[in-house]
Ligand binder design. Sequence first.
Ligand SMILES: Nc1ncnc2[nH]cnc12
Ligand SMILES: [Zn+2]
Length: 356
Amino acid sequence: MTDAGPDYRPFLAALPKCEHHLHIEGSLSPSLLFSLSARNAIALPSAISDIAYANVAALEARYKAFTSLDDFLAYYDRASRVLIKREDFADLSYAYMQKASEDGIAHTEISFDLQTHTQRGIAVETVVKGLNDGLKKGEKEFGITFRVIMCILRHESVQSCVDHVDLALPYYQSGDIHGLGMCSTEKDQHPKKFLPVYQRAKEVGIEFLTAHAGEEGPAEYVRSALEDLGVTRIDHGVRSVEDEHVLAMLRERKTMLTVCPLSNVALRVVKHLSEVPLRKLLDAGIRFSLNSDDPAYFGGYLLENYYQVHDNFNFNRTTWALICRNGIEGSWISEARKQELISQLGRVTEEFVTLP
Ligand SMILES: Nc1ncnc2[nH]cnc12
Ligand SMILES: [Zn+2]
């Protein structure tokens, strides 16, 4: 027991956590970026009067000063250019699995942006098989189960997004990709614009649908993602709290939001972590999981998000167990795997019974 109350860290570390919102390109750390740039002889940008790429420390410092989602996306996009070969994608996803294991993640659902890579002439096979190589190695070594979500990019044309669903289709059929998401810049990109993409996904039998909405965009975008696109999960969704009707819709449908606290602070969606509307969501009976989004850019992986949420919200053991359970229930996994994780959660909650 400290002045700040009992130490929840061992409990938070031991919880069988599920991560549902992790852009694998967003786990590309400055040090891996510099090493892949050397390995593939890809020069990092120097001409953009941007001293950020002088060295790892300068880049890390720039990552602490994002002004918006779009400001961050420019760095994220540039960094992705060092990913060329199948082994690069495998190294990236394996490095994430190592970190996930250290953080006590039991199950993860990672996203990748196919358009970012095909535009540079990288084959779909290289990206998808490479990522799966690293994920499978991690699953075998650490016992972490995984799913893969392809995110289409809102700053690209609708046609390009539809085409990429078709390009990726063989990999959905082979079980290398499971879900479809939508990310990138949100302002002035009404979800309804991307209806043809989600229609196509449903036509070809893609079962798991999500979309980023209500991060910088309004609650109306969450409504549209649910009603127009037919998604069963919302990435971010924190601005849903601005509209009671949207909250009611999320509650009735038992839709899980994949909230990313450190990301919301880094991208100035909120001024301080205590403003992420977690209490409001809990009070409104909305399910959410906690996630790291782009951990190499936003100052922490999943466990750091849990720690900082605890420091700011001081949730009790029952609330933490509920958050963890909702994350398990909201995962795109078999009933058997859910039951396994729920039993594990029960054991951990019992072990830490002395916590309030
Ligand atoms: N937080 C975020 N919002 C939208 N697109 C993203 N791509 C990577 N991270 C993202
Ligand atoms: Zn995201």
